[in-house]
Design a protein around this ligand. Structure first.
Ligand code: URA
Length: 239
């Protein structure tokens, strides 16, 4: 993040005034005065000070909705040097973390926040938060397969809980199936569909606790609206 932007977001002053502070040599990065306006800083490592006073972005609670594209991993650092969702969020000064996970190739709704209580509850099975997926599967699932998915299928050493399942559309050799779950096991939808004989070719999470990404194209994000945050908190009994 650019130094002037950081200072403005930390509440030091307006961006313009922060530029002035920098030009006047009153801002230091890791103890070294900086006068270069466009300097980039690393929020995780660099210590910023104005007139010798450390500046930190306050721990303002931040709630982000990202429309995750395929090809991004949901982790801070990937050992295989793949792109991470944080590459899409570089303009957010607060450190946020994902609420649950989506696979590398899964698309759609991903919430990120630094509100630990909310994130914990939204991910906890006790609160039964709903997640709705749209799966493009190979072949056309018969009624029996759809019923098995909705009643629960044995996968590895677990059985999926009852789910709402709907055949949305059939195309040449494929079908779109909507699956609404209240669980969040690793690769759950892919494993469930595979178990009934239909490999998932593409997977979108279209809703998380009722929140959708209709207004965002892949890779875009926005802060959650106050009403959305309130609803999430109510859902998990934090309000
Ligand atoms: N189920 C999956 O199989 N993958 C995801 O990313 C999410 C749910």
């Amino acid at each position: 993040m650019r130094l002037n932007r950081f200072l403005a977001q930390a509440g030091v002053d307006s961006r313009r005034k922060c530029d002035l502070l920098i030009q006047q040599g009153r801002v230091s990065v890791n103890g070294v005065p900086v006068t270069q306006l466009g300097m980039k800083i690393d929020l995780d490592r660099d210590q910023i000070a104005v007139d010798g006073q450390p500046v930190r972005v306050g721990e303002r609670l931040t709630y982000i909705l990202l429309n995750k594209p395929a090809g991004y991993i949901v982790t801070a650092q990937d050992t295989h040097h793949r792109k991470t969702v944080f590459d899409l969020l570089s303009r957010i000064p607060q450190r946020v973390f994902p609420v649950g996970r989506l696979d590398f190739d899964t698309e759609g709704v991903l919430l990120l926040t630094n509100d630990g209580d909310l994130a914990f509850r939204l991910s906890h099975p006790r609160y039964q938060v709903s997640k709705t997926y749209l799966a493009l599967v190979e072949g056309r699932p018969a009624q029996e397969a759809l019923e098995r998915l909705s009643q629960g299928v044995r996968v590895d050493n677990w059985v999926s809980s009852p789910a709402q399942v709907r055949l949305v559309k059939v195309t040449a050799g494929n079908a779109l199936v909507e699956i609404k779950l209240h669980e969040g096991r690793k690769r759950q939808v892919k494993k469930m569909c595979q178990t009934v004989g239909h490999r998932v070719k593409r997977l979108w999470r279209i809703a998380f606790a009722g929140i959708r990404v209709a207004d965002l194209s892949p890779g875009q994000w926005r802060p959650l609206r106050e009403s959305e945050v309130k609803n999430l908190k109510k859902l998990v009994k934090l309000l």
